[in-house]
Design a protein around this ligand. Structure first.
Ligand code: NAD
Ligand code: WQD
Length: 348
């Protein structure tokens, strides 16, 4: 069975390719490498001993996208491709709407033409209204606060409308909380361009000496230590969630949203301390003003994914930190490091 992965060279996509190959799927990747490096897929090939069929194609390039469907018998699509930086989306809203929304529409049109109607879509916890308190369930109020989040919300609506127009579609909307960590091999991981926006890559880059200190955005939130609380989820658990969602879209039609989180929140300081413990490195930090748009607390009620997909996150905070650190230590410059370091006993 062949799965087309859009954005498969990226952080979550590459980890998902690896898990799919490990359980015997054929994997076809379409990625324009706008925020990734082909080296990620080469390493997945080496780790798994299998081969990914890769196409360096932009989703907006309908003609070449169609060729992928003509050349391969695609059974389902996992759609990761998109821009994802919140701050950048405020600066460049049209690019975000064009890339994320138009890209998705073209993909769906091509899927429709080739009669492939099973899709797993990368949504985000960012679709929930920031006013929500307590564990966020799929029924919690929606309401994105920035163009990036609105692209996710709009795509969810487009996919729901698509199903209404044709009940033979089968679509899972996976709302990720905060993905962190990397594959245990330390050979693939998160490789942000420039200064990281997200907490964990920032911490690991301080630990490895690329950045001087962490800036903690606010210590006056109504949380146990005043810093923001998030539901961090190991990227391998997240990748495995996609396998469960693929199983589901293969057998039922409809559109369903699922939260993928652990259900447990950690504060920024708890993350810093957990990372210091697993890495043995100290993380110097300063407290600065709150970051505009941040909420105090955000964590998932993932009981629907457990109930309907049979999925639960298995990896805890120590594993998240240890794996993120192994990747950073082995690849201080991400995929720009030429050497693919293999740690004996942790190859796959
Ligand atoms: P990523 O940037 O590492 O991966 C996205 C991939 O899509 C990249 O390889 C990029 O080159 C590719 N891409 C972008 N536009 C494309 C286009 N027009 N045509 C072809 N390829 C294109 O991001 P990620 O962290 O792996 O996230 C994957 C998906 O999950 C994204 O849709 C993102 O919005 C969503 N998501 C991510 C997070 C997170 O914190 N990482 C949280 C929630 C949701
Ligand atoms: C986590 C916590 C920060 C960096 C973002 C997107 C969201 C989703 C995931 C895609 C917060 C604090 C961070 C730093 C800090 N992406 N922090 N210093 O904001 O929960 O979610 O990524 O869908 O849409 O908004 O994640 O990792 O940026 O922040 O103190 O240098 O760490 O204030 O409390 P966030 P994050």
């Amino acid at each position: 069975m062949a799965i087309l992965i859009t954005g498969g060279a990226g952080y979550i996509g590459s980890h998902t390719c690896l898990e799919l190959l490990n359980i015997g799927y054929e994997v076809v990747v379409v990625d324009n490498l706008s925020n990734s490096n082909k080296e990620s897929l080469d390493r997945v090939d080496k780790i798994t001993g299998k081969h990914i069929q890769f196409y360096n194609i932009d989703l907006l390039d309908r003609e070449n996208l169609e060729a992928v469907f003509m050349e391969n018998k695609i059974d389902a699509v996992i759609h990761f491709a998109g821009f994802k930086a919140v701050g950048e989306s405020v600066e460049l809203p049209l690019s975000y709407y064009q890339n994320n929304i138009t890209g998705t529409i073209i993909l769906c049109q091509v899927m429709q033409k080739y009669n492939v109607k099973k899709m797993v879509f990368s949504s985000s916890a960012t679709v929930y209204s920031p006013t929500t308190s307590g564990a966020i369930s799929e029924d919690s109020p929606l309401g994105a606060t920035n163009p990036y989040g609105r692209t996710k919300l709009m795509i969810e609506e487009i996919l729901r409308d698509l199903y209404v127009s044709d009940n033979s579609w089968s679509i899972s909307l996976l709302r990720y909380f905060n993905p962190v960590g990397s594959h245990i091999s330390g050979r693939i991981g998160e490789d942000p361009n420039g200064i990281p926006n997200n907490l964990t890559p920032y911490i690991t880059q301080v630990a490895v000496g690329k950045l001087n200190q962490l800036r903690i955005f606010g210590d006056d939130y109504p949380t146990s230590d005043g810093t923001g609380v998030r539901d961090y989820i190991h990227v391998v658990d997240l990748a495995k969630g996609h396998l469960k969602a693929i199983d589901k879209v293969m057998i039922v039609t409809g559109v369903e949203a699922y939260n993928l989180g652990t259900g447990k929140g950690y504060s920024v300081l708890e993350m810093v301390h957990a990372f210091e413990q697993t890495s043995g490195k100290s993380i110097p930090y300063i407290i600065v003003d709150r970051r505009p748009g941040d909420v105090a607390v955000c964590y998932a009620d993932s009981s629907k994914a457990k109930r309907e997909l049979g999925w639960v996150a298995e990896r805890g905070i120590e594993e998240m930190c240890a794996d993120a650190w192994r990747w950073q230590l082995n690849n201080p410059n991400g995929y720009h490091d030429v050497e693919d370091k293999v740690i004996i006993g942790q190859g796959s």
